[in-house]
Design a protein. Structure first.
Lengths: 113, 114
C-alpha cells in the first residue's frame, strides 16, 4: 500500500532563510507525487507535481522539489522564505488504482520576521 | 468563475439531523472526490466518482451518501449526524482518475455538529 510520511509537523524559519520540508513516500509502482499548500481557512492549492519526467520539479511561488528514487524522497525547498509562505504544506502520492490522493500528516511552516 | 465551488462554507447543526453539501466544478473534469480533514488537519479520501459512476468508497459509514447528478456536480448527504462528523469537507476534481493529473480543491465546508 502507498503511504507518505512528512518529517516534522512544524517547521520554523526566519524570513530570507532556506525552507526545507521533508517528504518520504512508499509505493510499489512509480509514483505521481504532489505538494499542496493550505492557507488558513482555505482549500488546497497545488504547488508542484512529479510525474516521472524531470526529477527536479519547479513550482509556483519559488518552490521546487527533487524526486530521489533511491531515497524514496520528494523534499520541498525554497531558497528564501517570505512571510507569505506561512501555511500548512501537504505532500501526497496518487494511488495507482482509483487516483485518490494519499496525504502526509502535513507540516506547518512558520516564518519569523 | 471559481473552478471548484462548494456550498455552504459553514454548517452548524445538531446531532441526529440530516444535511447536504453541494459541489460543482466548471473545469470540464471527469472525476470528482470528497475528502475529510479532521481537527488535526489530516486529509482522507471518502468517495470518488468518474463520469457519475462511483469508483472509490473508502469504508465510510453508510450515513454518508454521495450523489453525482452529472459529471460537474458531486453532492454529499449525511444522515443522523454525529459529533465525530465535525470536520472540514473538501470537494476536488481532476481530469481523469488515472494518470498524472492533479486535483483541484474547493474552499471546503466546515461542519460543526453540536
Amino acid at each position: 500500500a502507498q503511504s507518505v510520511t512528512q518529517l516534522g509537523s512544524h517547521v520554523s524559519v526566519s524570513e530570507g532563510a532556506l525552507v526545507l520540508l521533508r517528504c518520504n513516500y512508499s509505493s510499489s509502482v512509480p509514483p505521481y507525487l504532489f505538494w499542496y499548500v493550505q492557507y488558513p481557512n482555505q482549500g488546497l492549492q497545488l504547488l508542484l507535481k512529479y510525474t516521472s519526467a524531470a526529477t527536479l520539479v519547479k513550482g509556483i511561488n519559488g518552490f521546487e522539489a527533487e524526486f530521489k528514487k533511491s531515497e524514496t524522497s520528494f523534499h520541498l525547498t525554497k531558497p528564501s522564505a517570505h512571510m507569505s509562505d506561512a501555511a500548512e504544506y501537504f505532500c501526497a502520492v496518487s494511488d495507482s488504482g482509483g487516483g485518490k490522493l494519499i496525504f502526509g500528516q502535513g507540516t506547518e511552516l512558520s516564518v519569523k520576521p | 468563475d471559481t473552478a471548484v465551488s462548494q456550498t455552504p462554507k459553514y454548517l452548524v447543526t445538531q446531532m441526529g439531523n440530516d444535511k447536504s453539501i453541494k459541489c460543482e466544478q466548471n473545469l470540464g473534469h471527469d472525476t470528482m472526490y470528497w475528502y475529510k480533514q479532521d481537527s488535526k488537519k489530516f486529509l482522507k479520501i471518502m468517495f470518488s466518482y468518474n463520469n457519475k459512476e462511483l469508483i472509490i468508497n473508502e469504508t465510510v459509514p453508510n450515513r454518508f451518501s454521495p450523489k453525482s447528478p452529472d459529471k460537474a456536480h458531486l453532492n454529499l448527504h449525511i444522515n443522523s449526524l454525529e459529533l465525530g462528523d465535525s470536520a472540514v469537507y473538501f470537494c476536488a476534481s481532476s481530469q481523469a482518475h488515472t494518470g498524472p493529473y492533479e486535483q483541484y480543491f474547493g474552499p471546503g465546508t466546515r461542519l460543526t455538529v453540536t
